[in-house]
Unconditional design. Sequence first.
Length: 393
Amino acid sequence: MTVESTAARKPRRSAGAKSTAGKRTTAKNAPNAEPELVQLLTPEGERVRNTEYDKYVTGVTPEDLRGLYRDMVLTRRFDAEATALQRQGELGLWASLLGQEAAQIGSGRALRDDDYVFPTYREHGVAWCRGVDPTNLLGMFRGVNNGGWDPNSNNFHLYTIVIGSQTLHATGYAMGVTKDGADSAVIAYFGDGASSQGDVAESFTFSAVYNAPVVFFCQNNQWAISEPTEKQTRVPLYQRAQGFGFPGVRVDGNDVLACLAVTRWALERARSGEGPTLVEAYTYRMGAHTTSDDPTKYRADEEREAWEAKDPILRLRRYLEVSNHADEGFFAELETESETLGKRVREAVRAMPDPDHFAIFENVYADGHALVDEERAQFAAYQASFADAEGGK
């Protein structure tokens, strides 16, 4: 299995996959035009200068760039293994991050150890940056635990399934940071679909009024399951921040260097007492929303092909190669490391116990409940029917 992409090493380009180097366009200028965004690396791997954000990556060394590339490659490999394990019946569900590696790794590596992260359920790359063992992420999707790690050990909260609610948690935590007199920051991740939730609007209000040190990081992957972004908003998502009184910025979510720079800028604002920022990482969900979804029913192949030409991993590899920052030995070693990670993930998941089918009925009510008891009995009878059927053969 290739560690760079589930697509071909040199994916086909479509008419809509043109570089934005040297100019800025908006979606209304032309049918296939790119939206206005911050970009430091073009899809072809060319460095674009930006007077506002270059200073936030001036200290990035060739070693750092190789580290960012390694992060994205290993995160993608882990994600591919998790998807395969779900297809093999080892996980109940999986939410893939395929295509969103740059947004997550770039923003994740911008954080300090004392910053606090509130994720949704797709931030596997951010978890990697925070030092959470990848195998710990899989227990919840197998149904054998409720998260698998201590949030305070890595300042990385447990995954949040309720859409958008973690932004309120992040805002409240950030307000507490201010009261404690700390200079750390908080970051909340959510998607374009979650941006339409009332909890997100409420968190924007509170964070603005209380000048909370929080960065709202929206990964706009274009699709809220089967609903495209244009079905949810009449303006670009980052512009919503204006109505709440704080800045918003749109960054190329497939450009790891730009995501690093913009997130560093937003975190610096938060730590210095300038309040919240909304970062919209304009990216694309290459795969399904989850493994229970079939994106071919609502997305055109041409759309995906256009985004494959902007692959975040291939983009950085091109830059590393043209800049002589990495050689074939580096890429070969990383391929071996990727295979080792894949094997470790497979073995760890298959060593996990099967989920307890009746655990769902526990801890619903402190003192029990007649309806829950009735439902448990009905489920027990349903499970027993399979054994009866087997015995009757």
